[in-house]
Design a protein around this ligand. Structure first.
Ligand code: ADP
Ligand code: ZN
Length: 356
């Protein structure tokens, strides 16, 4: 088992990564300091992993909420349901919330933990690769509104992240590949050495090789933890984690429900950011090609489907949270491992990469 520490100004917490993380039931129980716990999970995950968590917490008073799966459940109605269950439990200030699931469960549970009595403890038990390397670490919590994703939320850090690799065995392959896009993002944005390592080991990761996964997830989390500890509330450096994401969010909203998974849209978005950087002569075209090749080997898409209209995508990009008063601010790069924030990117140049 590996352990990485997320160090923040006020406190720090561990990310534990390995095949036996959840088998350590005493460690899990010791993270629940009070008597009460509320586990939140979804219908796909509960049959596999919920009984073990409940058994580990036998000595506590434990309630469970099982939601239907999917992003559409990450909303204020579900949030209110969690608040009512906590009220019925007469949950006190020392209650611990436990998020057992992917990013949807993690974001909703974290936001509930941030709000109940102005903030209580919560534990992240991510069961998707994407949640293990990205959403469970760093304390961003939120629910969606109809007018946009993650519009209602808070920064609230977990007390621990428990990433048990054995949970990935039941994860649908398409979800695994989508998670790999965020792993590749760390190499592309910050660490050419990690990128080269991924070029050598991507097939092992797809085959769920334990050693490979441990290494890939640890290195990803180390980058995430580092960035978050230097810039918890995204005033600067943390923005670089959004490489490919302005494009990706535009693709996701333009497609509506049932289109690409988030990681798939990020794969395309990173390729577009790399191609735009090359066009603007900020970065070598060869690096964009290397990125595209690795994403393809990970089973991810690398170009926009023809039916997406470039003008419509550009409109959506201008509405992105990172856009400041109308001017487009994008994460581009100077080449592999060297992401940077660029203000005032020309719309003509963006339209050119969007239309291929
Ligand atoms: P993400 O972490 O990518 O934001 P979600 O929370 O939406 O993703 O989870 C993606 C899908 O995978 C959901 O349908 C969820 O129920 C399912 N899922 C998550 N973890 C597992 C797992 N370990 N085994 C099987 N299905 C899982
Ligand atoms: Zn992402």
């Amino acid at each position: 088992m590996r352990q990485i520490q997320v160090s923040l100004a006020k406190r720090s917490y561990p990310i534990r990564i390995g095949n036996d993380v959840l088998a350590d039931t005493a460690a899990l129980a010791s993270l629940v300091m009070g008597k009460q716990a509320l586990i939140i999970t979804d219908e796909n995950i509960a049959p596999f992993y919920l009984p073990a968590i409940q058994a580990a917490l036998q000595s506590k008073t434990v309630q469970t909420l099982i939601f239907p799966p999917g992003e559409q459940e990450k909303n204020l109605v579900r949030f209110t349901e969690v608040m009512h269950v906590l009220a019925e439990m007469k949950a006190s200030r020392d209650v611990t919330l436990i998020a057992l699931g992917g990013g949807v469960v993690g974001d909703l549970t974290g936001f509930a933990a941030a709000c109940w009595m102005r903030g209580v403890r919560f534990i992240q038990i991510p069961t998707t690769l994407l949640a293990m390397v990205d959403s469970s670490v760093g304390g961003k919590t939120a629910v969606d509104l109809e007018s946009g994703k993650n519009l209602v939320g808070a920064f609230h850090q977990p007390v621990a992240v428990l990433a048990d690799l054995t949970t990935l065995k039941t994860l649908p392959e398409r979800e695994l590949k989508a998670g790999l896009a965020e792993v590749i993002k760390y190499g592309a944005a910050f660490d050419v050495g990690f990128f080269s390592w991924l070029e050598k080991h991507v097939e092992e990761l797809l085959a769920l090789d334990e050693t490979g996964l441990t290494e890939a997830i640890s290195r990803s989390c180390r980058h995430k933890a580092g960035v978050v500890s230097r810039d918890e509330t995204e005033q600067g450096e943390r923005m670089l984690l959004n490489l490919g994401h302005t494009f990706a969010h535009a693709i996701e909203t333009e497609q509506g429900y049932g289109g690409f998974l988030h990681g798939e849209a990020v794969a395309i978005g990173m390729c577009l950011a790399a191609r735009l950087s090359a066009q603007l002569k900020r970065a070598p075209a060869a690096d964009a090609e290397r990125l595209g090749n690795l994403l393809k080997r990970a089973g991810l898409p690398t170009s926009l489907p023809a039916e997406l209209d470039s003008e419509a995508l550009l409109m959506r990009m201008k509405l992105d949270k990172k856009a400041l008063s109308g001017s487009l601010r994008l994460i581009l790069w100077r080449g592999l491992g060297r992401a940077d924030v660029v203000a005032d990117v020309s719309e003509t140049a963006i339209l050119r990469v969007l239309s291929g």
